[in-house]
Design a protein around this ligand. Structure first.
Ligand code: IMP
Ligand code: MG
Length: 174
């Protein structure tokens, strides 16, 4: 039973919200009053994108795409599955991709390549709540991120184990 799994706390709700406010202030400065397209990568980034968007003050449009890379369990397959990658015309737009975590980096690389292949954006940046640098297999870095994390399988605040735990307001590990 999923309810029998005991989670150890890793990042508290307050720590997460505090960092998001800091990042939001930074982005408000960087983009100033320029229009921004925030591209939320479902399902994992749902909480982060929602909370981040609430502290952004520029004219903002939110887009949602859906990818999957983890098959089952806790090891990355390295293969990216584009479930739904419908996007509007992003030519000459400022685009910010919002992810939950960069692990191997395959998902991030796939997305950046996909957008660059299909559009000539005004700017394209990658923003991730978490950065698990020790697991990187692809040479890619987040332009902005909130936390460096250890090599643990993390759940909560959008991150799941077999579909569960996304609803937790904090992040923990098994
Ligand atoms: P990457 O392509 O290996 O960088 O993996 C990125 C995706 O794998 C993320 O968007 C997450 O959905 C998932 N993922 C990576 N690490 C974790 C974790 O520790 N917990 C839950 N999901 C993870
Ligand atoms: Mg994800």
């Amino acid at each position: 039973m999923i309810n029998d799994i005991e989670l150890k706390p890793y990042l508290t709700e307050d720590e997460i919200q505090e960092k998001i406010k800091e990042l939001g202030a930074k982005l408000n400065n960087i983009y100033s009053n320029e229009e921004l397209y925030l591209v939320c990568v479902l399902k994992g980034a749902v909480m982060f994108a929602a909370d981040l968007s609430k502290v952004l003050t520029m004219p903002l449009k939110m887009e949602f795409i859906r990818l999957s890379s983890y098959g089952t369990g806790t090891t990355s397959t390295g293969k990216v599955n584009a479930v739904d990658i419908t996007l509007p015309d992003l030519n000459d737009k400022n685009v910010l991709i919002v992810e939950d975590i960069i692990d191997t980096g395959h998902t991030a690389k796939f997305l950046v390549d996909f957008i660059n292949h299909n559009f000539h954006t005004k700017s394209l940046k990658f923003c991730s709540l978490l950065d698990k640098k020790v697991k990187r297999e692809v040479d890619i870095d987040a332009d902005y991120y909130c936390f460096d994390v250890d090599d643990k399988f993390l759940v909560g605040y959008g991150l799941d184990y077999e579909g569960y735990f996304r609803n937790l307001p904090f992040i923990g590990y098994v």
